[in-house]
Design a protein around this ligand. Structure first.
Ligand SMILES: [Zn+2]
Length: 152
């Protein structure tokens, strides 16, 4: 039997996507990171100053609070208003055997809405899930062997 060919590894997390993105638009971030601070910024309550800049708490404008966030040029457009004045506050990606899963969330500085995008290749499994599936198939194989050999 011919062994299945290795899948071609895509060049980047967002190139040659195999399926649709999951998207979500909201006034509050969907990612847990920054969620409680964002509510305070919008309410005009003090938030903790980024430790790389200083210390203590301060009432910040949105521009101040997001000063260190960078735009993601792969997904610069706001899903709510279509504007390009966005900054990313959350990004994670996981690769396993050439397959990808990632999440991105950006804030629009014009309408203050968050745009969420996430994606997973169709057969994506985390290294842990892959390991588990491998063990399970080995156990099934062993059980089948035992059965055939009459030792089960
Ligand atoms: Zn917008």
């Amino acid at each position: 039997m011919a062994s299945p060919s290795e899948p071609t590894v895509p060049a980047s997390y967002c190139s040659s996507l195999q399926t649709d993105l999951t998207t979500h638009v909201g006034a509050a971030p969907r990612a847990v990171v920054h969620a409680s601070e964002w509510a305070k910024v919008i309410a005009g309550e003090p938030v903790e100053i980024n430790p790389s800049i200083g210390h203590g708490f301060k009432v910040m404008t949105v521009d101040e609070y997001t000063a260190l966030w960078k735009r993601n040029d792969d997904f610069p457009d706001c899903l709510a208003c279509g504007g390009m004045n966005t900054k990313e506050h959350h990004f994670v990606q996981t690769w396993c055997r050439g397959l990808r899963r990632w999440e991105s969330e950006t804030l629009c500085l014009d309408c203050h809405m968050f745009s969420w995008r996430s994606y997973a290749d169709p057969d994506f499994a985390t290294p842990e899930e892959h390991e588990k599936a491998l063990w399970e198939s080995m156990l099934i194989e062993q059980a089948e062997k035992n059965r055939v050999e009459g030792r089960a």
